[in-house]
Design a protein around this ligand. Structure first.
Ligand SMILES: [Zn+2]
Length: 150
């Protein structure tokens, strides 16, 4: 008997990092349809991983790297979701995927009043992230300035 398989509706999306179009299953979804009307982030999954690797090299910590990626994708950085991801996943290639599944695929991570829609819903601020280099840079700049003034 021929069973007609219902094709999952797939739209083509543009990755703004590599400038190419791919089917939507190669993109992470996004909840904020006001900002992302197609319902996907504007970077393909591969590019999202590249970004995470880039920040890992730059900052040396997965927490800071994931925080930067969340900012770029405009998805919330939620401390307990991050910690759970770290617990489940030591492989950085799957880190974003695991984080995503916990953030938007799992009801158990959420409390009744939580709204996790965009980066502005993050529960950790810049200054609380270990490995974010801005402070170091700032201190370095201050020291240099002191040396010049002296
Ligand atoms: Zn891409």
């Amino acid at each position: 008997m021929a069973v007609k398989t219902k094709a999952k509706s797939s739209v083509m999306c543009m990755c703004i990092k590599d400038g190419r179009e791919y089917p939507s299953d190669r993109f992470y979804e996004h909840k904020n349809l006001e900002i992302f009307p197609k319902g996907y982030v504007p970077y393909c999954k591969d590019c999202c991983n590249d970004m995470l690797q880039y920040y890992l090299k730059k900052t040396g910590t997965i927490e800071a790297s994931m925080w930067y990626v969340c900012a770029l994708l405009d998805i919330p950085f939620i401390k307990r979701v991050f910690e759970k991801t770290q617990e489940l996943n030591r492989d950085t290639d799957k880190f974003i995927e695991t984080y995503y599944n916990l953030l938007w695929g799992s009801k158990s991570m959420k409390k009744a009043l939580d709204t996790w829609e965009s980066f502005s819903d993050s529960d950790v601020g810049f200054e609380e992230i270990s490995g974010v280099t801005k402070t170091d840079e700032g201190i370095k700049a201050q020291i240099e300035k002191l040396e010049l003034d002296w």
